[in-house]
Design a protein around this ligand. Structure first.
Ligand SMILES: C[S@@+](CC[C@H](N)C(=O)[O-])C[C@H]1O[C@@H](n2cnc3c(N)ncnc32)[C@H](O)[C@@H]1O
Length: 215
């Protein structure tokens, strides 16, 4: 089982400072509408890590309602380019970005992240790349954006343990699709962990975070 369900994770989550009302609103919207946003321990960790790295230019694949884009932009002090293909999510994200007055710091690219967009190329190189789109496509995203990585890039891939289903697919009762997805995530993990040019650590908290740098 992943750490998220452990008593320690609950304890750590309770120690985190309370979210401000704006973010509480986004968290409640996500819960109500089943929008999968990053969990609280993971975003707190990423903010800390990107601050240590002094990240300036972040590429995010998968905006959803812009919860992580806004928190990373405001708390790390970085510019964010973020890609989203779902129209409802784009609308919500745009609304939230505008509410925070971050139109100049967050560029949302509306479209499929499996297609290279001019705006993404224009803002490159990226010192942080946050891969948080369709979980079966992480390798494709990685390879498509690799030419736009800065020399000292840090790549984060979220959900690499997928609620314990990757390490123990026997907990998936009925869904063939979920079993297939868990296999694909495992394949990505094997690929990234054995990549000749990159070194990766997988952190077993949140939903599993892979942290990748050049060798
Ligand atoms: C896990 S959510 C992103 C959550 C967000 N990063 C956060 O933590 O607040 C994944 C999002 O990626 C989007 N997505 C998935 N595959 C995509 C693709 N190929 N191109 C663009 N967006 C994609 C989905 O529509 C969804 O809104």
């Amino acid at each position: 089982m992943v750490a998220i369900e452990s008593k320690d994770s609950l304890y750590v989550e309770n120690l985190l400072p309370e979210s401000e009302d704006f973010f509480k609103g986004l968290e409640a919207y996500a819960l109500e509408n089943k929008v999968p946003i990053i969990d609280k321990i993971a975003i707190a960790y990423l903010i800390q890590l990107f601050k240590i790295k002094k990240a300036k230019n972040i590429l995010e694949i998968g905006t959803a309602i812009a919860y992580s884009s806004i928190r990373l932009c405001e708390e790390v002090g970085a510019k964010v380019t973020t890609i989203e293909r779902n129209e409802l999510m784009q609308e919500q994200a745009e609304k939230n970005i505008n509410l925070r007055g971050l139109e100049d710091r967050i560029t949302m690219v509306k479209g499929d992240a499996l297609v290279l967009h001019d705006e993404v190329v224009k803002q490159a190189p990226y010192d942080v790349v946050f891969i948080d789109g369709a979980k079966s496509q992480s390798r494709k995203f990685f390879e498509l954006y690799e030419p736009y990585f800065a020399d000292d890039v840090l790549i984060i891939t979220d959900n690499v343990l997928f609620k314990g289903m990757v390490s123990d697919p026997s907990i998936i009762q009925k869904s063939k699709d979920l079993r297939q997805l868990a296999r694909k995530i495992d394949k990505y993990n094997q690929w990234i962990m054995n990549h000749p040019n990159y070194s990766t650590s997988i952190m077993p908290f949140g939903d599993g975070i892979a942290m990748t740098i050049r060798k």
